[in-house]
Design a protein around this ligand. Sequence first.
Ligand code: MG
Length: 331
Amino acid sequence: MDSVRELTLQKEDRYLSDLAQKCRDTKGRAVPEEEDALRTAYQRDRDRIIHCNAFRRLQHKTQVFLSPYGDHYRTRLTHTLEVSQIARALAVGLRANEDLTEAIALGHDLGHTPFGHAGERALDAVVSFGFHHYEQSLRVVDVIEKNGRGLNLTWEVRDGILHHTKDEFPHTLEGRLVRHADRIAYLNHDIDDAIRAGLFTEEDLPAHIRDVLGKRKSERINTLVLSTLEYTGAEVDMAPAVREAYEELNEYMFANVYTNPVCKGEEGKAVLIVQDLYNYFLQRPEEMPEDYRRIAETDSPERGACDYISGMSDRYALRMYEKLFIPSPWA
Ligand code: MG
């Protein structure tokens, strides 16, 4: 009798489009493994990501607003879940591989530093090898998780994680869908958070954007998803008018949120915290947890400190900073 996994693979053969990445055709893992009876390789990759430590730390990492007190602001974790949901909707609509899409989406931001892009820039400025969250996401799954053994993910999931942003595109349609869904998710949820923060109101969004994309978040996501389904072939695309309004929205968000002094006001402090922590542990690798001490010894002290600091959640970094640099009052 066929295993459940084999039945899933047969379903993929029958159902997925010619542009989809079938799990049968995976380039596989760096270290070959026995197949699972129940799950395909991509389903196992998704599960490994959900169960890893870095995934749980996403709940206390900044998306845009630094360590917000309000419980309704996005964190890296809720952002990741929204990306996954949008990307899977696209995958189902295009008969792409939903499991592969989900695995890439859940893993794409694992390498984000504390304090969002401010933390990323802070590390990039001090390490000699440069720091980018998408490269670090791959490093997390390849060499940091599981006490240095890594998650041994398939080639396609690793490729999608590494190429989810910046110049190079993923080799699979599923990877390109995640890349697209990431942007749909953050532009829309950041509008929601910016309104929550009082930066602007729904009615302040330029009329042209509201007319083309919609007047509420759910309407806008719906417009973007449906247009993507209609216009995507091998390459991800949308209707020209939608694409234009979407780029306009992107510019609006950069001008009003991503570079807004009100919400970026604390970022300078976040940069100093990250760099102070980095310099501290660069000088004292013996004070880091064992996994990072080992990286400092076998790779370099720079790499060990960078991996340790970049893995910290906002609140862990703040507590560590307080412990190391702020004297406790005499009790
Ligand atoms: Mg993201």
